[in-house]
Write a protein that binds this ligand. Structure first.
Ligand code: ADP
Ligand code: ASP
Ligand code: MG
Length: 457
């Protein structure tokens, strides 16, 4: 069995849907399972509609919903489906009725709860998979629409719900195996799940990769194929550096680190279930299905370039906490971390000195509550509009002089914090956000002027 996950751009219109059908057709013998995102930018649009409705602009929200309906029907109709009263058009209309009810409810209440936000967002994947199932059927590929909410069982932390691994694995096997045995292609929604009580949840933005990984791990699949809009995992985001090179092979650890530090090509949690079961993951371009892409393995291969890729994250806030006593008292760090823990805010980078601690966060919702608490521990200063840059490579730890190469390339950029991760496979630093493009381009130029042809293309 293999799992084929398609991201939003890989199913955004009729042409993309036909490419999907060809990709699946070519892999029929491998017993593929499709895991799909919402079409194009649908999730953003749905969340925008929900916010618009909750702010009282009901008619505007309904108009936006009508546009969304129109675009789904248009692309489906180009493929000869959802034409009149067929099953697809009925399903789309039923979903749209439910969404209109949600919009009216939101407008009446004037408040958008995380629970309703998830209910709304779930329609993106539910709509796309109805269409995909029919596209496959029309191409002569027997397919069956699944309900991921019966399989991905999560806690009730709406918007960022956490899948419960044992229950999820059991439910995936129960629902998917019979369909696969009948030689049908199951079509499964990424991103969505439900609580034990059956309330719809979502597992975090970009979460379809995670869904694919959970399905692949539960089925003990041979491979998980992440079909996206770039040639694979690249040496950095090609949107920032068009000269970025494709990485042919990367380790799970490196990929996890890159994902965590902002390389959107893979969702951070994707890697874990697959790593545990040693299922290999490949990232491929859905517009060039014959290319090799990037394979993620659990092996570490020697690479002449100590840095394999550069990731970055914008919108970072640095918090500096200085102990009000002369020296860092025992328990100072513990008290600080307990505060972040209490507000469930993850800290990405930490640097300490004798009397102070600097930490970075990329979530600012609880910022001022955290600052109020931190002030009980020491003096606090908050610095926004920062960016984290992270250079990742398994061979970093064995290569002397890499830090020199990295920081020489950044001579004109003020570096605020530096940290070499405990795993020793990354060197991470914090700079002003407005210097990010220049820093990443300069760094990429200096680190990848020459490349190891076994690892990069
Ligand atoms: P999908 O909708 O297929 O899940 P995403 O937009 O989530 O696609 O991820 C693909 C995008 O990730 C690319 O278009 C690219 O801009 C971005 N990206 C960031 N860092 C990298 C990287 N190192 N390699 C490849 N793509 C990257
Ligand atoms: N559609 C969801 C999102 O936009 C999940 C995904 O694409 O992975 O976040
Ligand atoms: Mg994605």
């Amino acid at each position: 069995m293999i799992v084929c996950k398609f991201g939003g751009t890989s199913i955004q219109d009729a042409d993309a849907l036909m490419r999907l059908a060809k990709i699946i057709e070519a892999r029929r013998d491998l017993q593929p399972v499709v895991v799909s995102s919402a079409m194009g930018n649908t999730t953003n649009k749905l969340l925008d509609i929900a916010r618009t409705a909750a702010s009282g602009r009901q008619q505007h929200a309904l108009d936006l919903l009508a546009e969304l309906q129109e675009s789904h029907l248009r692309e489906a109709q180009k493929l000869g489906i959802a034409t009149s009263e067929d099953r697809v058009s009925q399903e789309i209309h039923t979903y749209l009725d439910e969404m209109r009810d949600l919009v009216k409810g939101l407008a009446a209440l004037g408040e958008l709860t995380p629970r309703v936000s998830d209910a709304m967002a779930s329609f993106g994947e539910r709509l796309s998979t109805v269409i995909i199932t029919q596209v496959l059927e029309n191409q002569g590929i027997p397919a069956q629409l699944m309900d991921a909410r019966k399989c991905i069982i999560t806690n009730d932390n709406f918007v960022n719900a956490v899948p419960l691994s044992d229950e999820t694995e059991e439910a995936i096997l129960k629902h998917l195996l019979p369909v696969i045995r009948e030689n049908k292609v199951p079509v499964f929604q990424g991103f969505i799940g439900s609580t034990r009580d059956g309330v719809t949840t979502t597992i975090g933005r970009g979460g379809s990769d995670h869904s694919a990984s959970l399905v692949g791990a539960a089925l003990n699949a041979e491979e998980i194929l992440i079909w996206t809009d770039v040639d694979g995992i690249m040496t950095t985001d090609p949107r920032m550096v068009p000269e970025a090179r494709r990485i042919k092979e990367i380790s799970f650890n490196e990929a996890a680190e890159l994902a965590y530090f902002g390389a959107r090509v893979l969702h951070p949690a994707t890697i874990l279930p697959a790593v545990r079961k040693k299922v290999s993951v490949r990232v491929l371009n859905s517009t060039k299905p014959d290319q090799e892409g990037t394979i993620i393995t659990d092996e570490t291969r020697y690479c002449e370039n100590p840095v394999k890729a550069i990731a970055y994250k914008k919108g970072i806030t640095v918090m500096n906490v200085t102990s009000t006593r002369m020296l860092m008292a025992y328990g100072f760090l513990k008290r600080i971390f307990e505060i972040f823990d209490h507000y469930k805010v993850p800290v990405d980078v930490v640097a300490t000195s004798e009397v102070s601690v600097s930490l970075t966060v990329d979530e600012t919702s609880a910022l001022w509550d955290i600052v109020t608490e931190l002030k009980k521990v020491g003096d606090v200063n908050v610095d926004g509009s920062k960016a984290i840059v992270c250079c990742v490579g398994d061979n970093l730890r064995n290569t002397p002089g890499v830090a020199h190469t990295i920081f020489s390339a950044l001579q004109d950029v003020n570096i605020q914090m530096i940290s070499q991760g405990a795993s020793s496979i990354n060197i991470t630093f914090v700079i002003d956000e407005d210097r990010l493009p220049e820093a990443v381009r300069g760094l990429h130029d200096s680190l990848f002027r020459e490349i190891d042809p076994r690892i990069f293309e």
